[in-house]
Design a binder for this molecule. Structure first.
Ligand code: XLS
Ligand code: NI
Ligand code: NI
Length: 433
């Protein structure tokens, strides 16, 4: 325990009627929903970077947070870990996620960075042992340092490609050492600013080669976790090669990796891509690449990735509905890729942000489970497509245009439009909230 959260009350589940802000209203880890505890459904994780490494800057101003662990020494890194594990325990969050750059000082060489990472990983291992907290996923930060400004795998300079590959190896090693359940690749700068200086064909091939190496290393080392790509459009580079789920699937198909790699879908990234979160989740499920989620909330007006803590229960209900339809998480989970607003300075703000997010997820999960169990929504969906359940209709999918034309003439087909009943279904969904 550290003294950072001194004065912040301990948390427990008190139910929807409680007046205590330091309590869960919906997240009751042992409560069983559709045959599984909420803990096992939601598989919450805290993101190290937003809660412990981000200084509170925006494009017009720098650091607003003053944290005793801000600094470049290993001592700072250990204090940061102490506070992080203190928070995970207080919240009762079973998992965490981190980038190399969040947890260790960079040092002055690749060798030093790796040594620092290994030292902190040993420190984590000890804490994980003591607390039972687990690693949902590890990842490499291949976007913050200026060496990555023109990309990591997609860089025009082969030395940067090499540096990135070596860094990924050290981060996969760290993830495996800690028993991580997934390894994530977010292509922060895998994209371009202007076509005038960009060879798109080369860059895509380089990214494909890097991903193949990651998959090969997974098999070589026997890593049991999933490899996940996290799609995101237009930020930080104007044109990202991993724009959304559909784009990532096309990329995986191109390189023959659709059976090897899944996606980590983030709410805010879905919104930036012009989709809803549930669209991205449903598509990933249909394509067989659903892996995990980064839970947050994007501002609908600002046009950039605001990474706010989630609190919109109706939207989250639709998201968890798709997670449940996908059969729930296997290796994946709910990672709060969310940060405080820069004026939220107090230690209690960090706790309350997570409490609110966990509660909103739990409320969404419960509503989604009730909706699924009740079956009315699925019955309406099924009914809409019922015409396709006849043998003649199914056979048509393997037919040809000439035969279908003959059939339409012979049967004198005259299709009758039917209501899509959107408002009726929207009303139905509201009944579960
Ligand atoms: C940034 C991404 C990032 C990934 C991990 O927008 O969401 O935080 O989740 O690199
Ligand atoms: Ni993310
Ligand atoms: Ni993001």
């Amino acid at each position: 325990m550290t003294d950072f959260f001194n004065g912040v009350p301990a948390l427990s589940y008190e139910g929807p009627e409680t007046d205590n802000e330091f309590a869960f209203r919906h997240y009751n880890p042992d409560e069983v929903v559709l045959g599984k505890s909420m803990r096992d459904h939601l598989r919450f994780a805290c993101a190290y970077w937003h809660s412990f490494a981000w200084p509170g800057g925006d494009p017009f101003g720098g650091q607003t947070f003053e944290r005793p662990w801000f600094g470049d020494s290993m001592e700072h890194a250990r204090l940061k870990a102490d506070v992080a594990f203190d928070m995970f325990q207080r919240l009762g969050v079973p998992y965490f996620c981190f980038h190399d750059a969040d947890v260790r000082p960079e040092g002055s060489s690749f060798a030093e960075a790796t040594r620092n990472l290994e030292e902190i990983v040993d420190y984590f291992a000890q804490k994980m042992d003591e607390t039972g907290i687990k690693l949902l996923w590890g990842t490499a930060n291949l976007f913050s340092h200026r060496r990555f400004m023109a990309g990591a795998a997609t860089n025009p300079d082969p030395d940067v490609f090499a540096y990135s590959a070596a860094t990924i190896k050290t981060c996969m090693d760290a993830t495996m050492r800690l028993g991580g359940e997934n390894y994530v690749l977010w292509g922060g700068r895998e994209g371009y600013e202007t076509l005038l200086n960009t060879d798109m064909g080369r860059e895509r091939k380089q990214a494909g080669a890097m991903l193949q190496m990651v998959v090969d290393y997974k098999h070589k080392t026997g890593f049991k976790g999933a490899i996940l790509i996290e799609p995101k459009p237009q930020e930080p580079t104007k044109h990202q090669y991993d724009y959304d789920v559909a784009t990532v699937y096309g990329f995986l198909k191109d390189f023959g990796l659709e059976g090897e790699v899944q996606v980590n879908i983030e709410q805010g990234h879905a919104i930036l891509a012009g989709h809803t979160f549930e669209h991205e989740l449903a598509l990933a499920r249909e394509l067989g690449i659903f892996g995990s989620i980064d839970m947050n909330r994007n501002d609908y007006q600002s046009g950039w990735d605001t990474d706010q803590f989630p609190n919109n229960v109706p939207e989250m209900t639709l998201a968890y509905y798709e997670v449940l339809r996908a059969g729930g998480f296997k290796t994946g989970g709910t990672n709060f890729d969310a940060k405080l607003r820069r004026q939220s300075l107090d230690p209690a703000d960090l706790i309350l942000a997570h409490v609110g997010g966990m509660d909103a997820c739990a409320a969404g999960l419960k509503a989604a489970a009730a909706m699924l169990q009740d079956g009315k929504l699925e019955a309406a969906r099924k009914d809409r497509y019922a015409g396709w359940d006849t043998p003649a209709a199914t056979a048509m999918l393997d037919s040809d245009l000439t035969s279908i034309e003959a059939m339409v003439r012979n049967a004198k087909l005259d299709p009758k439009p039917r209501s899509g009943q959107q408002e009726r279904l929207e009303n139905l969904v509201n009944r579960y909230l």
